[in-house]
Design a protein around this ligand. Structure first.
Ligand code: UDP
Length: 380
């Protein structure tokens, strides 16, 4: 049995990736530290899922937590770690999918003693983690048998942070069929609901968080009065994410219905098909960037922040453009250029689809992951 462990019941990119990997393996079981839409998705896909709730201050530790918050979480942890190690003992290999799952899993493994894989979906640096959390993450990662990095950028950053465990780079995989041949009626229904004036549509997809940079797109929107801008996603994790979401509403208010907030959606392929351009403008380097591959599979040109994983996904000038993170004017220039040229949009969209199908196929990713897991798997 392969035991997958993830801290959250929310649907972030790391969780969507895990759902695809776990449902592509015959002997998967998933353990989450809280219930929610991610658990529902796993149940829908018939992947056995168990919730082992984290209680009290241990549940509130974030990537930015300082030493005091980390220490306060210790008393609540003991029972949790004991239960986790009991589940881990039954597994042939344990796949830890998030930072908190890694730290708890590595500690529980002092007793369980199973082969461990850590799927690193984050850039392990001070832009994404507090100093204390980064030190704990790196110490825990040194206790696993294999680190899976979702991009070369993440693998390099892990090495720079002093990581010595062997690393395999495995990108996220996607089923191209989900993004192809979207029914015209579905697209028309989105357009009649959200775009009665039939303006060109520029969309950004992803959870709302300060470093995801949705404000950069709203600022660029001021310079492009002829287009509608759609923000798809919700704040998922922290109080600061929720405060940022309110700031975005205030920033966008003077533009009225030209800037639209659609919240969290499960019909991403339809919304992508109903867009002319997809933008990604994270202000800190993105570890991977699932939304970019999804946009390319949808045949859309992509304008992305030139840092981290997106550099491995977008081919500059061919499938879209890379612009400096946080640079509103260059983003607006690129948007004007692509909006003004239908042939360029078509060409970039087609090139993007071909590149994404070649490099990010779900079946290839499942096969590679299964091979890595089979190699480590040891009967309990
Ligand atoms: N997503 C979604 N609904 C939304 C917004 C985003 O299903 O309303 C999905 C999106 O399609 C993508 C994932 O969430 O697959 C986000 O992954 P990404 O790597 O872009 O960012 P992360 O959340 O991992 O930082």
């Amino acid at each position: 049995m392969t035991l997958f462990v993830d801290q959250t019941g929310q649907l972030g990119g790391a969780e969507l990736c895990l759902a695809d990997v776990a449902s592509g393996r015959a002997d998967s079981r998933v353990l989450l530290f809280s219930d929610g839409p991610f658990a529902d998705l796993l149940r829908e896909r018939n992947v056995p899922v168990e919730i082992l709730p984290l209680k009290g201050s241990a549940a509130r530790v974030t990537k930015q937590a300082g030493p005091a918050a980390l220490l306060a979480s210790v008393p609540g942890l003991t029972a949790h770690l004991a239960a986790l190690s009991r589940r881990m003992k039954e597994a042939d290999v344990v796949y830890l999918n998030t930072a908190k799952a890694l730290v708890h899993g590595a500690a529980a493994n002092l007793i369980a003693r199973r082969p461990l894989v850590f799927h690193l979906h984050d850039l392990p640096n001070r832009e994404h983690f507090s100093r204390a959390n980064l030190a704990i993450l790196m110490a825990a990662a040194s206790r696993v048998d294999l680190v899976i990095a979702n991009s070369q950028a993440v693998a390099d950053e892990y090495g720079k942070a002093g990581g010595r465990t062997s690393v395999a780079v495995v990108p996220n995989g996607f089923d191209p069929a989900r993004y192809a041949n979207i029914p015209a009626e579905a697209i028309a229904s989105v357009s009649s609901e959200w775009n009665p004036h039939r303006r060109p549509v520029v969309s950004i997809f992803g959870r709302i968080a300060r470093w995801k940079g949705q404000h950069v797109l709203i600022e660029a929107a001021r310079q492009i009065p002829e287009a509608t801008f759609r923000i798809i996603g919700e704040p998922l994790f922290t109080d600061d994410d929720r405060a940022y979401a309110r700031e975005l509403q205030t920033l966008a208010q003077p533009m009225g219905d030209r800037v639209q907030f659609l919240g969290f959606r499960t019909d991403i392929p339809v919304l992508m098909a109903a867009s002319d351009i997809v933008v990604h403008c994270s202000t800190a380097p993105e570890p991977f960037g699932r939304v970019l591959v999804e946009a390319m599979l949808s045949g859309k040109p992509v304008i992305a922040a030139d840092a981290g994983g997106p550099r491995e996904i977008v081919k500059e000038g061919v499938t879209g453009f890379l612009t400096p993170p946080g640079d509103v004017n260059t983003l607006a220039d690129a948007l004007r250029k692509v909006l003004a040229d239908a042939a360029l949009r078509e060409r970039m969209g087609q090139a993007g689809r071909e590149r994404a199908e070649r490099r990010f196929s779900l079946s290839a990713v499942r096969q590679k992951t299964n091979t890595l897991l089979d190699r480590l798997s040891r009967k309990a």
